[in-house]
Design a protein around this ligand. Sequence first.
Ligand SMILES: N[C@@H](CCC(=O)N[C@@H](CS)C(=O)NCC(=O)O)C(=O)O
Length: 191
Amino acid sequence: MSQATLTYFNGRGKGEQIRLIHKYLDIPFVDHRVNEIGELKPKLPYGQLPIYEDGQVLLAQSSAIARYIANKNNFAGKNVVEKALADEVVDGVADVHSLLFSTAKDRDAKIQTFPKFYNHWEKKLTQNKHIAGGDDYTFADISLYFILDYVNFFGFPDAIKEYPKLQEHLAYFNSHPKFAEYLKSRPESKF
Ligand SMILES: N[C@@H](CCC(=O)N[C@@H](CS)C(=O)NCC(=O)O)C(=O)O
């Protein structure tokens, strides 16, 4: 079967959780990194990247792409409640992503906003080692791993200081064998 293609910039941004989900699930894909949108624009449903092409399917919106891959591979949650709780986390991750890029909030305002998310996630991981509950990891765990790492990458290493469960989650996936090769060879990028 032919591989799906993720088209995004050479950066982590909105593409990285999709890449990481592929790596975790051992699903090969084409990691198409572009320098500019340029002539791709007319093909893009919202005029933005990422897009994901899987056979006849063309999808935009990073969270929807992540959920699509998860649903296809039994990684979205085992029942409707787990699925909803996974989605809740992934939407929260998107909010933190927007916060990082926000020009309306300065560094201090960002630092003050992280706990709104981190408190809740810490509580969830205290109750269950899987962020959506249940017996197994879901794509929400990978999404959470991505953003915890990304907040560090953005220069806020102290954000996680008061959160032992989040630290554990980050450390677990940082040294996960499924990611080892990718993390060693991940292209350098500014964002
Ligand atoms: N909600 C969208 C946001 C996508 C988005 O903001 N893409 C940006 C890059 S991160 C983009 O394509 N910017 C270039 C443009 O809008 O021309 C998602 O999650 O995929």
